[in-house]
Ligand binder design. Sequence first.
Ligand SMILES: Nc1ncnc2c1ncn2[C@@H]1O[C@H](COP(=O)(O)OP(=O)(O)OP(=O)(O)O)[C@@H](O)[C@H]1O
Ligand SMILES: [Mg+2]
Length: 364
Amino acid sequence: MGNCFVSKMGNSNPSISDRSITTGPSTAGTSNNYNNGGGYSATSSSEGTCCDGEIWPTPTLKIYSFADLKRSTANFKPDSVLGKGYFGTVFKGWVDKKTLVPCKFGTGMIVAIKKFDLESLQTYTEWESEVNLLGRLSHPNLVKLLGYCWGDKEVLLVYEYMQKGSLADHLFRENPAIEPLSWDIRLKIVIGAARGLAFLHTSEKKIIHRDFKAYNILLDVNYNPKISNFCLAKLGPSGGNSHVTTQIIGTYGYIAPEYAATGHLYVKSDVYSFGVVLLEILSGLRAHGYGQRNLIDWARPHLSHRRKWKTIMDARIKGQYSSEAALQATNLCLRCLEYEPRKRPSMKEVVEELEQIETMKKEP
Ligand SMILES: Nc1ncnc2c1ncn2[C@@H]1O[C@H](COP(=O)(O)OP(=O)(O)OP(=O)(O)O)[C@@H](O)[C@H]1O
Ligand SMILES: [Mg+2]
């Protein structure tokens, strides 16, 4: 394919160095992204429980100066770092609860402030994408973007603060003080994340997230999940087309095979990434960097087997679920991971099935 790999090293998130930006097929004429003049309608489908959100015609965000955010983070104090990602570092900051005006560090309401590393022009594009898209979206399972700062040397974004960090922090527990998530909490998280994706997919412009992974699912104090990082999101196909053709970009382990191979991005490419996250939730194992083997290739033959499915389940949640529920969940996971996009379920179907699994009680 003649791919050119660009990666950042030395980050705490092991998946970051696995990010690949590859030169894909030309986007001319076929690419469809939200910066190219195709505005949103303010409405979105509201069928079922998955689509309880809104899309505004323009972003409604607070504009901050760099000095404001410097004050609110006590000059980007190293001990206020919440995490580091591919595009920059996330700090804890403080704003007034009502007005969102920055306050002195330690007073008011906590927010998460992402300071982008401006190493390339691409970073500006990613920053702008997040402002233009996430700034218009409102859904209980999407993280809220509150404001931004745009300067010659600095670009930053201000988000609602998610007290429990990312799903990855809990599943892969680099911090041993974090308790393993129970089966019930895992189901609650995966259902919420599925609703968030279903909302994007069923909106008028069929938004494709393109970087759905455990690191991009943030958790509030009650483990309500919210999808984050819309830097790579794209508008889906229109005019009867099945896919958009675009540069291949995403995170290893989560990218759908058809997209990685051809640059053809389907709405259902996100469903594949969702299947990977579901597998991580069931097994407690990381999709990428799982020993010498790829987790998905290893798990695939076990997922629908009447007895072998047990081998993929996380031992830390043993005894918390009914066999019927776990078997249906592993089976759903397998369908999300189908090689052919059309064979994967829609996210709306995934939500319905997960809600049904949630009602299955453990055998006494
Ligand atoms: N709104 C938030 N509230 C609380 N913590 C956050 C918030 N946003 C990010 N974080 C923390 O900062 C970390 C880095 O986030 P960031 O989105 O920059 O990178 P990432 O998701 O880890 O990787 P990538 O850049 O590949 O998406 C997250 O893993 C999370 O722990
Ligand atoms: Mg992220």
